[in-house]
Design a protein around this ligand. Structure first.
Ligand SMILES: CC(C)(COP(=O)(O)OP(=O)(O)OC[C@H]1O[C@@H](n2cnc3c(N)ncnc32)[C@H](O)[C@@H]1OP(=O)(O)O)[C@@H](O)C(=O)NCCC(=O)NCCS
Length: 210
């Protein structure tokens, strides 16, 4: 529904490569793809949202990997591709990716393993890792993530990038969603499971869970 009303605008003042606008009559949505200069007044709200969204209590591994300082650095770093979602002028979502594997290592990925698995892609800067993706809880389940992911998925495939990410079980659908977006754009894609890791606790039955 949102996609059908989306208007593509010429790239604007923030160095973005693509810009989209949607006016529902009551709510205005703006999407900036590959934004180079994130305006100062969006930085703090995006950080606060990151801090709120990525501290989940349903994963053993910490989902939050940036602190305020590294987050702010990533927001201005040319090695990152950023997609910013605004609703009525308020930052409500972010996709943060990089093709620099050393910078992607902030997410605790095993770069040696990935270099072995995708040597050419890493060497040629075609291994794109999504280090962070989030949408504000106040606008979840409305399809905004699909809207945000469409252009970067297309751009990545046009550039012959491999798109990689780690997801918790609750967000597994993100991988299928990206594959569906690629297929909608006429691309044949396949999933490659990168290793296997599970968190366990072995305990006496009488110990319970606390
Ligand atoms: C993960 C997150 C960005 C998803 O955003 P959301 O607003 O909850 O997602 P939505 O419900 O709007 O959209 C999900 C879309 O994926 C689609 N989808 C779900 N399962 C799918 C599947 N198996 N295959 C294809 N598409 C699928 C849904 O159909 C929906 O699209 P639709 O609107 O066309 O129906 C959001 O929940 C969030 O910010 N979570 C906290 C941070 C986080 O966990 N980030 C991810 C790990 S780093």
């Amino acid at each position: 529904m949102i996609m059908s009303g989306l208007e593509k605008l010429p790239p604007g003042q923030y160095g973005e490569t693509e810009r989209y606008h949607w006016d529902s009559g009551g709510e205005v949505c703006d999407l900036f793809v590959e934004i180079r200069e994130v305006p100062e007044q969006w930085l703090e709200p995006l950080w606060e949202l990151y801090d709120e969204c990525l501290h989940t209590d349903d994963t053993a591994q910490q989902q939050s990997c940036y602190d305020r300082e590294t987050f702010m650095a990533a927001m201005g770093d040319p090695d990152y591709i950023r997609v910013v979602l605004l609703l009525d002028g308020v930052p409500r979502g972010l996709i943060l990716t990089t093709t620099n594997l050393d910078k992607a290592a902030i997410t605790y990925i095993n770069t040696d393993m990935i270099r072995k698995r995708y040597p050419a892609e890493v060497a040629e800067g075609r291994f794109m890792y999504i280090t962070s993706v989030y949408v504000s809880p106040v606008v979840r389940n409305l399809g905004f993530i699909k809207l945000m992911a469409t252009a970067p998925v297309r751009i990545a495939l046009e550039r012959d990038y491999v798109i990689s990410c780690d997801v918790s079980d609750n967000s597994l659908f993100l991988v299928d969603m990206m594959m569906a977006l690629a297929r909608e754009q006429g691309e044949e894609v396949e999933k490659d499971l990168l290793g296997s890791q599970h968190y366990f606790a072995v305990k006496r039955v009488s110990q319970g869970t606390s």
